[in-house]
Design a protein around this ligand. Structure first.
Ligand SMILES: *Cc1c(COP(=O)(O)O)cnc(C)c1O
Length: 369
């Protein structure tokens, strides 16, 4: 049996050190925004090559707080990939801004820089590239456009811990980046946690206030802020796991190489031109949809489920087709809609053995024979 994700098994190598770190925090008598948070913030900023890291409650808060701290006029537009995770879009609307959907590149599933310019209006203030599945967006043309049109760029790096673009780490490529340490991410806490990385000193100062009721000085409030503080236990756990992130990602790359070499023509493979730069948060293949009423993708999932192999879909419904965004239901985004019908994620995480992945490969290759 190969579950899609077994978090207990993923955390097993750290179990003793996580328990010790947790105990240390309990004994300290200081539980929220203390020296564990400060220490993790320093280490993670160093990892990302930024001057600042601000620990917050989760990934959605990280993105929302940056957009709020940028203080754009109400109704300003933010360019988002149409096949984003719902949280990326929620951050835009939570900040009182308007999402403008741009179709992804069908080869990489990432925001397509060649389609951005046509979506820019006089109200556009920011671009929100999502480094989906662990691969960085093509940031050079995105930053060139941002410079030309005077836009801010917020990386959604929640799936890209340790991913590189032209040799530089995710998180230092835009003006700010939002991170999630949800337990299933490449760097995962044992609960909710998030962070923002940035080189902007003024923004970092404002965010430290924004996450704490908008208050830099106790009982003095400069902004109508959030309670979005990172707690000491999560920061201590993240400090235990961060030193192993590079090795974990190497393991993910080794398993991705097995998949790329072994999977036959029943599925379309993800791009393999940057194996060593991508963080392989997910291994996403496509099962071409032949327009029949029963989806071939769902048939593959059922076939694998019978063989006790877990899969998942990231994501089954595009944000503009969610009831939460009914106002956008008539948007025409055919590339995203096709991707949502065809994508399926195969098991890939550092707790899997080569034999596990070979077993999944054999099962996928036998499908439809
Ligand atoms: C997980 C995730 C988020 C949200 O993170 P939370 O910590 O769950 O709020 C945002 N964007 C992407 C791309 C994600 O994968």
């Amino acid at each position: 049996m190969i579950p899609f994700l077994d978090l207990k098994r993923i955390n097993e190598p750290y179990q003793a050190r996580i328990s010790a770190a947790t105990e240390r925090v309990i004994q300290s008598g200081w539980y929220v925004l203390g020296k564990e948070v400060q220490s993790f913030e320093q280490q993670f900023a160093h990892y990302c090559g930024t001057r600042h890291c601000i620990g917050v409650a989760n990934g959605l808060e990280a993105l929302t707080l940056v957009l709020k701290a940028w203080d754009f006029p109400a109704g300003s537009e933010v360019i988002v990939p149409a096949n984003a995770y719902i949280a990326s879009v929620l951050s835009v609307t939570h900040a009182g801004l308007t999402p403008v959907w741009v179709e992804p590149d069908p080869q990489t599933y990432l925001l397509d820089p060649t389609r951005i310019e046509a979506a820019i209006t006089s109200r556009t203030r920011a671009i929100l590239p999502v480094h989906l599945y662990g691969r960085c967006c093509d940031m050079t043309p995105i930053m060139d456009l941002a410079r030309y049109y005077n836009l801010n760029v917020l990386e959604d790096a929640a799936q890209a811990h340790g991913a590189l673009y032209a040799g530089r780490p995710a998180g230092c490529l835009g003006h700010a980046a939002g991170w999630s340490f949800y337990p299933s991410k490449n760097l995962g806490a044992i609960g909710d946690a998030g962070a923002i990385t940035t080189n902007d000193d003024g923004l970092a100062d404002r965010l430290r206030a924004w996450r704490n009721y908008g208050s830099a000085q106790r009982y003095v409030n400069d902004y109508a802020g959030h309670n979005s503080r990172l707690d000491e236990v999560q920061a201590a756990v993240l400090s235990v796991k961060l030193p192993s992130l590079a090795a974990d990602n190497e393991r993910r790359r080794a398993l991705a190489r097995l998949y790329l070499a072994g999977l036959g023509p029943t599925v379309l493979l993800p791009p393999a031109d940057q194996i060593d730069s991508d963080a392989w948060h997910l291994f996403v293949v496509r099962v071409p949809d032949d327009g029949q009423t029963t989806s071939r993708r769902d048939a593959l999932r059922a076939y694998l489920r019978e063989r006790e192999i877990g899969t998942d879909v990231h994501y089954p419904i595009p944000p503009h087709r969610q009831r939460a965004y009914a106002a956008y239901a008539n948007a025409s985004l055919p590339i995203s809609e096709q991707l949502h019908r065809e994508v399926v994620s195969l098991p890939l995480n550092p707790s899997l053995t080569d034999a596990d992945v070979e077993h999944v490969i054999d099962a996928v290759n036998q499908f439809g024979r």
